[in-house]
Write a protein of this length. Structure first.
Length: 151
């Protein structure tokens, strides 16, 4: 099994488990004399089965990511952490840019005037740089996911 296939299966299990939990909740109580639309015990058993497979996949994915090189200096796990860091920084700089570019209209000269405290062009350059780095790492990770055998 390829790493990408394991990641897809993990995501499908997560979605299915959300649906199972909703179905379990909807069938835990019924009016006296009625029966549930679905047997909650069977649904719980399916949920437990899914969670066992989910745990197995996550463990194998983690081992594979930590032992597979991304480049000369880091593993796939390190690259994922780096990508997550870039994503967080990109969101932060995008928010900073948005806050600094809000135009506050003044209706008269008596109203308070606001001035920017940041060089907007530099902030935008940083946003663009982070987005590019993120895309490059993500693209390489996607490629590795389809060529790496799950350990």
């Amino acid at each position: 099994m390829k790493l990408a296939e394991a990641l897809i299966e993990r995501a499908e299990l997560q979605k299915e488990n959300v649906q199972l939990l909703n179905r379990i909740s909807g069938n835990t109580m019924v009016q006296e004399g009625d029966s549930p639309a679905e047997d909650p015990v069977e649904l719980i058993a399916k949920y437990e089965e899914n969670m066992a497979r989910f745990l197995e996949l996550v463990q194998k994915i983690n081992v594979t990511n930590s032992k597979t090189p991304f480049n000369d200096s880091m593993s796939i796990a390190d690259a994922i952490a780096h990508k997550d860091n870039l994503g967080a920084k990109h969101r932060a700089y995008t928010n900073i840019y948005a806050a600094a570019t809000i135009n506050i209209n003044r209706y008269s000269n008596n109203e308070i005037k606001f001035v920017r405290c940041l060089d907007i062009k530099e902030v935008q350059k940083q946003v663009d740089k982070l987005a590019k780095e993120y895309r490059e790492i993500d693209t390489k990770l996607q490629g590795l996911n389809w060529t790496t055998i799950l350990l």
